[in-house]
Design a protein around this ligand. Sequence first.
Ligand SMILES: Cc1cc2nc3c(=O)[nH]c(=O)nc-3n(C[C@H](O)[C@H](O)[C@H](O)COP(=O)(O)OP(=O)(O)OC[C@H]3O[C@@H](n4cnc5c(N)ncnc54)[C@H](O)[C@@H]3O)c2cc1C
Length: 381
Amino acid sequence: MRRTHFTDDHGLFRDSFRTFVEREMTPHHAEWDEAGIVPRELFASAGAAGFLGMAVPEEHGGGGVEDFRYSQVIGEELQYAGVASAGLGMTLHTDICIPYFLSLATDEQKARWLPGIVTGELITAIGMTEPGIGSDLASMTTTAVRDGDHYVVNGAKTFITNGINADLVITAVKTDPTQRHAGMSLLVLERGMEGFERGRNLDKVGLHAQDTAELFFTDVQVPVENLLGAEGKGFAHLVDNLPQERLSIAVSGVAAAEAALRWTLDYVQERKAFGSPIASFQNTRFALAEMRTEIDVSQVFVDRCVEALNERALSVEEAAEAKWWCTELQKRTVDRCVQLHGGYGYMLEYPIARAYIDARVTTIYGGTTEIMKEIIGRSLT
Ligand SMILES: Cc1cc2nc3c(=O)[nH]c(=O)nc-3n(C[C@H](O)[C@H](O)[C@H](O)COP(=O)(O)OP(=O)(O)OC[C@H]3O[C@@H](n4cnc5c(N)ncnc54)[C@H](O)[C@@H]3O)c2cc1C
């Protein structure tokens, strides 16, 4: 279906990002999958090409354009090219972490961090999840006790995307452990702070080129100048930023489904069984028709959500709808496409097999499908 919300500028941006992916990412993807991490230079080259800070004001080195359609283009092209796992760290950096700095950082913090974030010299991450809690964020136990001009941080985070590569970690802490939501704050922990240790790069089912790690904090002294936003308002800050995070995941979800369908259309027209292309069987045509329909319907909704985000009108509930719907769509579409590939669909040299192992986590991270339905359901009753 023809999409109407991109302009010629987005088209040119898409062409240039696609070229970047073909040149800088596709040739190295298998090697990065093997290594379990992308090199820091990937961020530096994406930064040099202007792909990391479209929304950052020009005075800090960014593009000065607040338009989520550029992020959408990046998220889509990474999926279409089959390099989702290598690109996840970049989209986390731009779509999920940068907005916290833009909306909450003081002028001094912006001047200190944003230029490096835009060039890719400073890689960002966000640490909410702990070994003992994920969905129930208000039960987190990492503490930050004020002591003069710094906080003393103790605790641990886990499953942190960019956990090994990150220089700046937006860390959710309890500044008042006697409170639940009202006791939470956000602190930026920096690479090299004494007592801030990284655990191992976790061994995941998929997303192999993405470093996901545990972080440990033992009496880390964090200057009060690293408080992001207001003390005690951490939960409210997370709630404000989560719709964009969830929409970013939804954008990638529909694009992943679209990519899977394209690869499958090629495959079923070439592959033969019983003397005929797989595509000629009615079962195949019905499966393709159902997937085409579901993707088109979902794409219209996601594009509308992107417009609403640009208008600052995307609600928490609408973002939750997009997140659970598009990631469940991704999961079932990729699974059906593996089936249509037969045994080759299970071989990692085929992009559909990598898409299959990469898809599974998307209904879990960024808030599970069940939590998304809780958010929507609560607003209805
Ligand atoms: C690859 C990967 C990358 C990640 N990246 C990050 C990151 O960068 N930063 C970060 O902070 N976190 C990250 N996470 C963590 C992720 O956000 C959490 O795993 C997720 O929020 C779920 O939390 P949990 O794993 O503790 O599951 P739990 O909260 O223990 O949930 C387990 C199950 O119980 C269900 N459940 C929980 N509560 C309810 C309820 N009230 N009603 C119904 N069902 C419920 C859940 O839906 C789920 O099915 C990442 C995780 C993975 C796997």
